[in-house]
Design a protein around this ligand. Structure first.
Ligand code: KIV
Length: 291
């Protein structure tokens, strides 16, 4: 039996802010975040009531087909952020700063962060790294732009990390990550993504800092969770990380739909009369007479 879904109007939803996320942490309510890169996906997420949408630079891999996130440019990010901001009105929108948009200088970092808010409809930015990012984070926050940190497996450092491997598995590495989390909090981050860390380390960090932590492959002890939407939907063909739970098989659904469409066209069963435009008989007769 098919059920009809009644989609709630998003105009009745209150805008989610960085303060909302902080309050959710304080109340012990899990924060929900997903990535989106386009208008229709953002619209559905907003209707479903997601707290926050990350326009991640993961779009380089799952939308643009690159091997990693390094080739993604500011222009790529702003283009997709604008589409998402047209679809989602209530969720807190976070734009991911791409590789080399904030590493070379603090001035670059502030100017590029500003573009996400000024011309791409984002509410906040995210950038990767720990103690080495403190000057940039402080300057961006001082410009009035909310910043989300990102620790652990930081994909923009894939070559330095030697691949997409879990981080913080030795006592020393774990201690450094905890110290970095304190530094990001002190620098003014409103939240931190913790990616691919041992669950108990992520839980410890989440308890020690007062800002929300959003985990991806970091266990259930974080204050919230984020996934790359194409992984969750079964839309990324290359690999699915161990920490992903796949909630749909859209690759399979799309394959089925495209194959059925092609078969219908080949059999001439599409378009049918109901998909076609009609013309009054008298107009048709007049045309035939005129030929
Ligand atoms: O780019 C991205 O989608 C991310 C998430 C994996 C957190 O940074």
């Amino acid at each position: 039996m098919s059920t009809t879904i009644v989609y709630p109007s998003t105009s009745s939803r209150k805008k989610v802010t960085t303060l909302t996320l902080r309050q959710k942490k304080e109340r012990g309510e899990p924060i929900t975040m997903l990535t989106a890169y386009d208008y229709p996906t953002a619209l559905v997420m907003d209707q479903a009531g997601i707290d926050s949408i990350l326009v991640g630079d993961s779009l380089g891999m799952v939308v643009l087909g690159y091997e990693n996130t390094l080739p993604v440019t500011m222009e790529d990010m702003l283009h997709h952020c604008r589409a998402v901001s047209r679809g989602a009105k209530a969720a807190l929108l976070v734009g991911d700063m791409p590789f080399m948009s904030y590493q070379a200088s603090v001035e670059d970092a502030v100017r590029n962060a500003g573009r996400f808010l000024q011309s791409a409809g984002m509410d906040a930015v995210k950038l990767e790294g720990g103690h080495e990012r403190v000057p940039a984070i402080k300057a961006i926050v001082a410009a009035g732009i909310p910043v989300m940190g990102h620790l652990g497996l930081t994909p923009q450092s894939v070559h330095q990390l030697g691949g997409f491997h879990p981080q913080g598995r030795s006592a020393l590495a774990a201690k450094r990550l905890l110290e970095d989390a304190f530094l990001l909090e002190e620098a003014g981050c409103f939240g931190i993504v913790l990616e691919s860390l041992p669950a108990r380390l992520a839980e410890l960090i989440s308890k020690k800092v007062s800002i929300p932590t959003i985990g991806i492959g970091a266990g259930v002890g974080c204050d919230g969770q984020v996934l790359v939407t194409h992984d969750l939907l079964g839309l990324f063909d290359r690999f699915t990380p161990k920490f992903v739970k796949q909630y749909a098989d859209l690759h399979g659904e799309m394959y089925k739909a495209f194959s059925e469409y092609m078969a219908d066209v080949q059999k001439r069963s599409f378009p049918a009369a109901e998909h076609s435009v009609e013309m009054k008989d008298e107009e048709w007769e007049e045309l035939l007479k005129s030929l």
